[in-house]
Design a protein around this ligand. Structure first.
Ligand SMILES: Cc1cc2nc3c(=O)[nH]c(=O)nc-3n(C[C@H](O)[C@H](O)[C@H](O)COP(=O)(O)OP(=O)(O)OC[C@H]3O[C@@H](n4cnc5c(N)ncnc54)[C@H](O)[C@@H]3O)c2cc1C
Length: 272
């Protein structure tokens, strides 16, 4: 064993940093280690406002070192394997870190590749997404360049980080289209793999009123499977398993998301 800590937190994103900070404050002898490879922390909720043209993407990035809670140890490395039988994690650099307690906060992996035809076209050809630091500014460029026609906003099946983000950028775009005077010659469509606007009934009731007030069209149980950039067409599989094609002038894609591979293949993961 290369090192041992009372508590090991895997992932120094918003979740990992928050848990580590609370543990460091609450415990007398915390001995908390955070394993995080990235030197930069990204506050992802801000990417909605970057895509909406309100702030620059740089505002969402801060040095990870500034956010490590007082008293915690930062191990700047990537976990490659979970070894629960040994109460340890394996790092990609070969070290093994032991723990008494393990907190997993490595976030979700974005599966851009699960949407056929997307690769190489994201950030141009009317295709954008707020779901990456290097893409969110392109969203505002795409919204600003929209001159009317169909604006399509997609939402995958869960799991997803922020079930509201695919909608929030749509509402900001709707406002921008109205200010630019193009909304009256536009069709805004929300195409979601889910059966409704939101899983929580109380929120769904309000959001359905927002959708109606803004004149937004909805297509539920529509999972985006492919994009044909040359034809400006998005291909969906609907609830009956049938293919549905919707043409667009711009499309905001929220990619399918899955657990990180080292978690999915670990003994801690359940079947499926
Ligand atoms: C566009 C957008 C808008 C959003 N808006 C909101 C909002 O308004 N409100 C809200 O509550 N949430 C929002 N979210 C969701 C929010 O950002 C996430 O829920 C939150 O970041 C999750 O925190 P996390 O720590 O679990 O994961 P992340 O913040 O993704 O952090 C995971 C960390 O784990 C690290 N990691 C990954 N693999 C490994 C490994 N093998 N070893 C070690 N470390 C690893 C990564 O480098 C990363 O730093 C939004 C997200 C997006 C993308």
């Amino acid at each position: 064993m290369s090192e041992h800590h009372r508590i090991v937190v895997v992932g120094g994103g918003t979740g990992g940093i928050t848990v580590a900070a609370r543990l460091c404050r609450a415990l007398d002898e915390p001995d908390v280690a955070i394993i995080e490879p990235s030197a930069t922390h990204y506050y992802q909720p801000l990417w909605t406002l970057v895509g909406g043209g309100a702030v620059s993407r740089e505002a969402s990035a801060r040095p990870e070192a500034d956010l490590i809670p007082d008293g915690a140890t930062w191990i700047q490395a990537e976990v490659s394997e979970l070894l629960p039988d040994e109460d340890a994690v394996q790092l990609a650099d070969g070290r093994t870190i032991g723990y008494d307690h393990l907190v997993l906060a490595p976030g979700l992996t974005l599966r851009w590749d699960a949407v056929e035809g997307l690769e190489g076209h994201l950030g141009r050809d009317g295709i954008c997404s707020n779901y990456a630091y290097d893409q969110c500014e392109r969203t505002w460029e795409t919204i600003s360049a929209f001159e009317g026609g169909t604006a399509l906003f997609t939402m995958p099946a869960p799991p997803i980080k922020c079930a509201g983000a695919p909608q929030k950028i749509m509402y900001l775009a709707d406002d921008a289209f109205r200010k630019a005077g193009v909304r009256d010659r536009s069709e805004v469509i929300y195409a979601s793999a889910t059966p409704g606007i939101f899983a929580v009934p109380e929120y769904a009731a309000t959001l359905n009123r927002v959708i109606e007030r803004r004149g937004i069209e909805t297509r539920y149980q529509h999972a985006l499977t492919a994009i044909r950039p040359d034809e400006r067409e998005a291909v969906f599989t609907d609830g009956d398993g049938d293919e549905v094609v919707i043409g667009y002038e711009m499309i905001h894609v929220t990619p399918p998301q899955v657990p990180p591979e080292f978690v999915a293949r670990s003994p801690l993961a359940g079947a499926g």
